[in-house]
Design a protein around this ligand. Structure first.
Ligand code: 5AD
Ligand code: SF4
Length: 484
């Protein structure tokens, strides 16, 4: 199945790392189907948005973007919506943005080649839009029913792939177009079965399904052969990874691995120097993960463990399946590790019913843990989620106030934490160069940004690993000098 090789596409990605990696797979698939990726909407025949619906703001962004470029339909450009908003809204997208021709949820990407083929075939069968672009756009907006106006404001082709949320299959493709030649993602588990009260992910990404450890390891070895040195294992909840080895179609059961074993095995692939993983759910986070980090030096000393709230009452209402005490138990494991583990988190403020006291408990948790970074969010009611039934009674100004207080507290914590690194030497991966600051951009194993200077005679290569002594600190980064 192949399409005209002159076809071009533009793809913009919103949302999480999972989406970024899905886009790499989508790009690889499209290129394999004969499309060429271009840098601007103007150059493209097919304009794709890989969307996020985690919060209302993320979802609105997509519809704004679609509205901005609506007029390009008259020039014969096709629009496609992929990802979580596509999965969530389905055919309703055609109503909200009638110029869209393709809606494909994240669980249906395996069908993309067929869908693209259908799209091109049906597109070729409708009258030529190029002629219509000669007609002034004002004519379209006034006369609702003429053929030209419909063609110029509404796509006559509609292809959907949104029916696969319960699929058992992962989006495995050999055509992943990774953009960074040194660091790459590998999906180990898709979907989520946790159903936290606020979260749309189980509805957009479907039920949990793991890839076999054999297939993950094969991809890791292949990446190492291509020169990648850092791997990030991805999943909505990597800790509930269940190796399907031994199941029908899952390969040999004797190779079955737990998540911690898989993590260690990826870390032992020759050539791999750093392994990260995200995201973890505290309920499934086992001590064996810390033991693996202790045993395998390539496993990075960083854990992202979203807590969401420091109040047991709110955690219960959020259906998070753990208490503050259980969360702190996991933190204690990390603090007892051989290497200092950097801990980061996600926090939501203003969940329905969150009182001042509940919020104060979240603040005290920040102090108790001592995070190196926290992503903070105002609660946003999402379609289908259990918490939609709860009144979103905390006014936006109050959510904004709590968010500010939280961020200010965390900033103080980070100022103190980052200061401690002054004078220490860390190995960084060189990520690039900031010419305006005459600095190299580096990242430590703890996932901290450590920008640095180096003598011109020993300028480091992007992608290499060099030792850097930290000389100054900021709330979110360190600055230093390369040790030569
Ligand atoms: N409102 C606000 N924040 C949310 N998150 C997920 N769903 C919502 C929501 N409905 C946050 C959580 C999660 C992160 C990826 O996004 O903190 O860990
Ligand atoms: Fe957004 Fe969640 Fe979809 Fe990622 S999985 S793009 S965070 S809704």
């Amino acid at each position: 199945m192949s399409v005209d090789s002159n076809k071009t596409f533009y793809l913009e990605t919103f949302g999480c790392q999972m989406n970024v990696h899905d886009s790499e797979k989508v790009i690889g698939t499209l290129v394999h189907e004969g499309y060429r990726q271009v840098e601007t909407v103007e150059q493209a025949d097919l304009i794709l948005y890989n969307t996020c619906s985690i919060r209302d703001k993320a979802e609105q962004k997509v519809f704004h973007r679609l509205a901005d470029y609506k007029k390009l339909l008259a020039q014969g450009k096709k629009f496609g919506v992929l990802g979580c908003v596509a999965q969530q809204e389905g055919e309703k997208i055609f109503e909200r943005a009638p110029h869209v021709s393709l809606v494909c949820g994240s669980a249906s990407y395996r069908k993309l080649p067929e869908m693209l083929f259908e799209l091109e075939k049906n597109w070729a069968a409708v009258p030529n839009r190029a002629e219509e672009s000669q007609v002034p756009s004002s004519e379209f907006t006034h006369s609702g029913n003429t053929r030209n106006s419909r063609l110029a404001t509404q796509s006559l082709v509609r292809i959907t792939g949104i029916d696969d949320r319960e699929t058992d299959e992962c989006f495995e493709t050999e055509f992943t177009a990774r953009t960074n030649p040194h660091r790459g993602y590998i999906t180990i588990i898709e979907g989520c079965d946790k159903f936290c009260a606020y979260c749309v992910v189980p509805f957009t990404r479907g039920k949990e399904r793991s890839r076999t450890s054999d297939s993950v390891l094969a991809e890791a070895r292949q990446m190492a052969d291509l020169g990648y040195t850092e791997i990030q294992l991805l999943g909505q909840n990597v800790n509930s990874y269940k190796d399907p080895a031994g199941k029908p179609g899952g390969g040999f059961s004797r190779n079955k691995k737990t998540f911690a074993e898989l993590l260690a095995a990826v870390g032992e692939v020759p050539g791999i120097r750093r392994v990260r993983f995200t995201t973890s759910h505290p309920r499934d986070f086992g001590r064996d993960i810390i033991e693996a980090i202790d045993a395998v030096p390539t496993l990075c000393d960083h854990v992202h463990l979203p807590v969401q709230s420091g109040s047991d009452r709110v955690l219960n209402a959020m259906q998070r399946l753990y208490t503050r005490e259980q969360y702190m138990e996991r933190i204690a494991w990390m603090k007892a590790a051989k290497r200092e583990i950097s801990i980061t988190s996600d926090v939501i403020v203003g969940f329905p019913g969150e009182t001042e006291e509940d919020f104060a408990e979240t603040l005290s948790l920040l102090d108790e843990v001592g995070y190196d970074s926290v992503f903070t969010f105002k609660y946003s009611p999402r379609p289908n989620t259990p918490s939609l039934a709860l009144e979103d009674a905390i006014p936006d100004e109050e959510k904004a106030r709590r968010l500010e207080v939280l961020m200010a507290r965390q900033r103080e914590i980070q100022i103190a934490r980052y200061k401690k690194y002054i004078g220490t030497i860390s190995e960084v991966m060189v990520e690039g160069r900031n010419e305006s600051r005459a600095q190299w951009i580096g990242r430590t194993s703890q996932n901290k940004t450590l920008n640095f200077t180096a003598p011109e005679s020993s300028a480091p290569k992007v992608g290499s690993y060099v030792p850097v002594r930290a000389t100054a600190s900021f709330p979110n980064s360190l600055v230093g000098e390369m040790v030569v």
